[in-house]
Design a protein around this ligand. Structure first.
Ligand code: ADP
Ligand code: MG
Length: 248
């Protein structure tokens, strides 16, 4: 594995009965990269995402997080090691404020026992850290609003804020633009571009405008197989990719 790989999948497969949803897929995600996985419907993107996150067991193959084989680890154990996903279905506490949602994630990272400070001092630190993350996501002005009062796009931003508050080394984004308006998607593009450069981002996404607006590496899947991994220019120019999308 190259020194720069934050994540690597190696010969990864997942079969459902006779259906090979993901078949012998290998590629690596460089440290600090914004790496997108694309492919037509049924290509195996969601299955691959679940295998990387640890939500689904592989039939065979391995997942490496930096130098560590995490294949046998649960989703939760992978998250503790810095491989963190946002959820396509909202995992927010809708009656809590945006700030409180982020504070809970910051608190999880610190661990309840880790800092036996006075409650007032601890709260002040949590608020400051949560506000810093909200600012990064351009949500600071909504900090005091309940998550339930936010727009759809803002909630997606908040989900990223909650994930980011746990200090991930690799952030997994599952179709972030799904159900977003064009304006929200454009705003989301700015957010992805503005994420800290030491956080590696792997996103599975349908919206090719978003993909080509943010990605520095693109992996193309087709019928469960890895077709190509390369920079966006190379992927756009590829005959094989054009054919995969046209179904030819
Ligand atoms: P994509 O996200 O690229 O559209 P998926 O990973 O959702 O592709 O699906 C890949 C293939 O695996 C599809 O043919 C799909 O029907 C099948 N598949 C996905 N999940 C399951 C499952 N839990 N049981 C059976 N087949 C599945
Ligand atoms: Mg899918």
């Amino acid at each position: 594995m190259s020194d720069q790989a934050a994540l690597r999948v190696e010969g990864l497969s997942r079969h459902f009965g006779s259906l090979k949803a993901v078949e012998d897929v290998s590629f690596e995600v460089r440290q600090g990269s914004r790496h997108a996985v694309i492919g037509p419907n049924g290509a195996g993107k969601s299955t691959l995402f679940a295998l990387v996150a640890g939500a689904l067991r592989a039939t065979s193959g391995r997942v490496w997080l930096r130098g560590d084989d995490v294949t046998s680890l649960s989703e939760h154990a992978r998250a503790r090691r810095g491989l963190v996903r946002t959820f396509q279905h909202s995992s927010l506490f809708l009656t809590a404020t945006a700030r409180e949602n982020v504070m809970l994630a910051v608190q999880r990272r610190h661990g309840v026992q880790a800092q036996p400070w006075r409650a007032v001092a601890r709260r002040r630190v949590l608020v400051a850290e949560a506000d810093a993350v909200l600012e990064q996501l351009f949500l600071h002005h909504r900090a005091g609003q309940t998550a339930g009062a936010l727009s759809h796009g803002e909630r997606r931003q908040l989900e990223v804020a909650v994930a980011l508050a746990t200090s991930p080394s690799v952030l997994l984004l599952d179709e972030p633009a799904a159900g977003m308006s064009h304006a929200d998607t454009q705003a989301f593009q700015e957010i992805v571009l503005g994420l800290p450069s030491d956080v590696t981002v792997l996103l599975v996404e349908h919206d090719l405008d978003l993909v080509f607006g943010v990605a520095d590496q693109v992996t193309v899947m087709q019928l469960g197989q890895h077709l190509l991994t390369g920079p966006p220019e190379e992927v756009r120019a590829s005959d094989a990719v054009q054919k995969a999308y046209l179904g030819a």
